[in-house]
Design a protein around this ligand. Structure first.
Ligand code: ADP
Length: 245
């Protein structure tokens, strides 16, 4: 059996007596792209916050590549190889596309060279290679402020990739994008899925259908069900959660 890259057992997060996550169990295979859906308040953000160390579990545990993440802070967890992309792009608007990526690459090199005195194996990831992957080679010298919203999302995903994470956590990457931009981001995530494990939180069901092989449905802090998009959309429990009884 393949070792899971991420294993979550019986995870509970209690906010003043309210269980944002309730005995959640979840696992992800290396190289898997999983989409998580669920109504507002289902616990999706808290789920990502707990994996990245922003929130500590009340009960249960999160293991990444076999290591228990309990009591590690966000920086330590990020260094282990978990990268997170928030919903709003966090790029440096007054820097060029190239400089944004160069900065992200140097941040990675800085950490490895300080810790081990030598470049890491991810050194091969060059700015121009990432530019090609994210489809922004022609805009390398443009200020990031001049990019469309979708291009900024792709740039930020590139900045995340520059830091060589094994697991990418991506929060609603296509909110507010045009159909074409949505498709571009979807294709980028599918390309990255060839050598990363990825969890995407998303509401846009057309987009979920474009990228997802397996979808997990969160409801009231627990996993309601998992399956292909067709299985999920025909599951009476999912229909009830989204449409009401
Ligand atoms: P989702 O991302 O699926 O919309 P969240 O994880 O943001 O859900 O929230 C799950 C539930 O936990 C919501 O009811 C929210 O109000 C509550 N919650 C989230 N963060 C906190 C907090 N820091 N303190 C109290 N309640 C919170």
């Amino acid at each position: 059996m393949t070792e899971k890259i991420l294993e979550i057992d019986n995870l509970t997060v209690n906010f003043d007596g309210f269980k944002a996550l309730n005995a959640l169990t979840f696992s992800l295979d290396p190289g898997e792209l999983r989409v998580i859906i669920g109504p507002n308040g289902a616990g999706k953000t808290t789920f990502l916050d707990t994996i990245t160390g922003k929130v500590q579990p009340t009960e249960g545990e999160v293991r990444f590549k076999g290591q228990n993440l309990r009591n590690l802070n966000e920086h330590q967890i990020s260094r282990l190889g978990i990268g997170r992309k928030f919903q709003t792009p966090r790029v440096y608007l007054n820097l060029t596309v190239w400089d944004n990526l160069d900065l992200a690459c140097n941040r990675r090199k800085g950490v490895f060279q300080t810790l081990f005195g030598k470049p890491d194996q991810g050194e091969r990831l060059t700015v121009s290679g990432i530019l090609q992957t994210i489809g922004l080679s022609a805009k390398a010298n443009l200020e990031a402020a001049l990019l469309s919203h979708g291009e900024k999302q792709r740039l930020e995903i590139g900045m995340l990739v520059a830091q060589s994470p094994d697991l990418l956590l991506v929060d609603e990457p296509v909110a507010g994008l045009t159909d074409e931009e949505t498709e571009n981001v979807g294709n980028l995530l599918l390309t990255l899925a060839e050598n990363h494990s990825i969890i995407v939180i998303e509401h846009d069901m057309e987009f979920v259908r474009q990228i997802a092989r397996t979808v997990s449905v969160l409801h009231q802090g627990s996993l309601l069900c998992e399956g292909t998009m067709d299985e999920i959309q025909n599951n009476p429990r999912v229909i009830e959660v989204y449409l009401g009884p």
